[in-house]
Structure formats: C-alpha cells, structure tokens
Design a protein around this ligand. Structure first.
Ligand code: ACO
Length: 333
C-alpha cells in the first residue's frame, strides 16, 4: 500500500459507570468469595451501568473527552467506528446513535464486532483511511455494557465483567510517528468457546431462548484462557516485526484486561517486565472492547505515556480474534 500520511492518536478519553460492584457484593449473589476472585483473576471490583444507561451513554461521553483532548470538533470527523458486542439495539448501529449524539454530521458510522480485540481492529481500520489520504479524522470507540448480557446466577462468568467505554481520535501525525505496525487474526473454529447464542438469526428470540439463558454470555473459561496466554504475546511479536522493532523498544504494553494471570504469563513469554504492562483490571474487571481504550486513556492521564514512547496494544477474545499494533506516541497537544 502506498502510504501518503502517517496516522496516530490525537486524543483519548474514557467514561465509567459510577456504580461499583465489589467481590464482597458478589459473595451475597452467587457462591463465590473475594479470595477466589482475587486469586484467580486479580479483579477486586467492577463498574456497572444503570438500567437507563445503554452502551451509547458511555461511548458518547468517552468520545467527547477524546475530542476535547484532541482539540477536534465533532463536525470535523470523517468516520466513527464503535467496537462493541453489546450494541444498544441490533439496528441501528451504536455508532449511528453516537454520531447523532455528537452532532458529527459529516461522519460515516459503523459498529465493528471483534469482541475484546475490537478497539485494536478499529484502530487499524482508522489508520488505513488516514494513511491513504481518504480521511483526515476518525473516531474509534470501544464501549460495552456486558453487565446487561451476563447471567447473574452463573459464577463462572458474572464475576469477570464490567461496563465502560474508551475512545481515541485518529488523525495525521508527523512522518515516522503513530501506527508503525499491526497484526490482525482470527480463528473462527473457536467460536463456540465464548458466545452469546440467542437473539441472532441462528437462535431468534423466543420464550425458549430466554428460558434457556441463550441471551447471556457463555464461556469455556479454560479454553479461552489457554488461547489468550498464547495470543497476547504472539500477536505483539508479529506487530513488532512489522515495525522493525523488538520487545526492548516497548515503553508500555496496554493489553486487554481479562485476567492478571494472563498478563503475567504474557509478561514471561515476551520477557517484558510487569512494570511495562499497564493493568487496571483490579478496578474495572473485563470490559471487553472498552478495556484497551480505557487503560490507554488512563495511562495518558496518569503521565505513564510520553511523547516519543513506543506503545503496544494487544487484544484477544471472542471469535476467536486477536489484534495488536505498535504506536509511536506523538502526545496530546
Ligand atoms: N467462585 C468460586 N469458584 C468458582 C468461580 C467463582 N466465581 N468460578 C468458577 N469456580 C470454580 C469452578 O466451578 C471450578 O470448580 P470445580 O473444579 O469444582 O469444577 C473451579 O472454580 C476452577 O474453575 P476453573 O475454570 O478451572 O478456574 P480457572 O482457574 O480456569 O479460572 C477463569 C476461571 C477466571 C474464568 C479463567 O479461566 C479465565 O480467566 N479465562 C479467560 C477469560 C478471558 O480471558 N476472557 C477474554 C475474552 S472475554 C471476551 O471476549 C468478551
């Protein structure tokens, strides 16, 4: 591909529900314990949306913050991509809802389904439009309200997930900065390991699908764990290779926040120390497509990312999918 421009992040933002659900709260809801959850996942609490707060509620607020930090007006946006598996409605897309909320009249808008890898998939799509010169400003949002799709009687899954949104505005950056390399992957053969089986054309909604809990998330935790520990590191190595860089060049890895044991195993496999891997899953749990942009925006806010830093993003999740990219940070002006 002929690259006319370099594409990078101009600003980031995030939004989380106020309501906290702690492990101790969960002890009263299912047969579990704070010790088990903390030891097996690293999660202490997660944020939960109110009934009247759909995914777009958080997506819009994260987007506003990202646009302000990027000093970009909604009317300047050419495209809005919302990575989500918990869209407000089956149609229209949550991206169209957010486009209307922002008043981003010029922007095209679509949702992207790649589960926990969705934000990185979206970032790669955004960078292609900018690198070819087709578009100037693309907003990528990762937003989820998984609490609305979890079976609150299933201890295997309900302790893991939380709600929230993160966003990034992509635009032109100086040559040699921004997106330096990426890797996208999928293995559809593993699709049954993690799914929400009801409500689509395979199992249209009916009394039976509700009775059988087909509208909530089902997961073979062990299979997904095995896949995740491998995927997290392997995809980063591929992106580094495409960027002509090595693990030693990474200043901060911002991975999908699924389980602290997955991050520690990734740290070992990559030979990258844990202090270079950003983790906030103790506070927010697994927020699927939102986890990487929330962590990224939080890391920027805390001063963990500086101009010139090499940042790796790594996502893995349902599909099965995986995705990573390497960004040379230009800073939020
Ligand atoms: N509290 C207490 N006990 C529990 C709980 C709980 N909340 N959940 C499960 N257990 C029990 C199980 O029933 C099992 O009991 P048994 O041996 O009597 O059957 C025992 O604990 C061990 O269960 P395992 O599944 O072996 O536990 P494991 O150590 O694998 O941890 C976990 C489970 C946390 C789900 C882990 O497998 C995991 O993190 N998997 C990956 C999840 C992930 O990364 N998802 C990413 C993608 S998410 C997306 O795309 C939307």
């Amino acid at each position: 591909m002929t690259k006319i421009n370099s594409a990078g992040i101009l600003g980031t933002g995030y939004c989380l529900p106020e309501k906290r659900l702690t492990n101790f709260d969960l002890e009263k809801m299912v047969e579990t314990s704070n010790d088990w959850i903390l030891e097996r996942t690293g999660i202490s609490e997660r944020r939960i949306a109110e009934k009247n707060q759909p995914t777009s509620y958080f997506a819009y607020r994260a987007a506003k913050m990202a646009l302000e930090n990027a000093k970009v007006k909604p009317e300047e946006l050419d495209l809005i991509i919302v990575a989500t598996i918990t869209t407000d409605r089956i149609i229209p897309s949550t991206a169209c809802t957010v486009q209307n909320m922002l008043g981003a009249k010029k922007a095209g808008a679509f949702d992207l389904t790649a589960a926990c890898s969705g934000f990185v998939y979206g970032s790669v799509v955004a960078s292609q439009f900018i690198e070819t010169g087709a578009y100037d400003k693309v907003l990528v949002i990762g937003a989820e309200t998984l609490s609305k799709f979890v079976n609150w009687k299933d201890r295997n899954t309900c302790v893991l997930f939380g709600d929230g949104a993160g966003a990034a505005v992509y635009g032109r950056v100086p040559e040699g900065c921004g997106m330096l390399g990426f890797d996208l992957g999928a293995d559809g053969a593993g699709g049954d390991h993690l799914d929400i089986p009801g409500g689509g054309s395979l199992n249209p909604a009916s009394h039976e699908t509700v009775d059988e809990h087909l509208h909530t998330l089902h997961m073979d935790g062990k299979e997904v764990f095995r896949f995740s520990v491998k995927a997290m590191g392997e995809t980063v190595l591929k992106s580094l290779q495409r960027a002509n860089l090595t693990v030693d060049d990474i200043n901060l890895l911002v991975p999908h926040q699924a389980n602290i044991r997955i991050l520690k195993s990734g740290s070992k496999r990559l030979a990258l120390s844990m202090d270079k891997i950003y983790a906030n899953l103790d506070k927010y749990g697994n927020t699927s497509a939102a986890s990487i942009p929330i962590a990224l925006a939080e890391a920027v806010e805390k001063g963990r990312i500086k101009k010139g830093d090499i940042i790796a993003l790594s996502g893995f999740g349902a599909g099965l999918t995986w995705a990573s990219c390497i960004l040379k940070w230009t800073g939020e002006e």
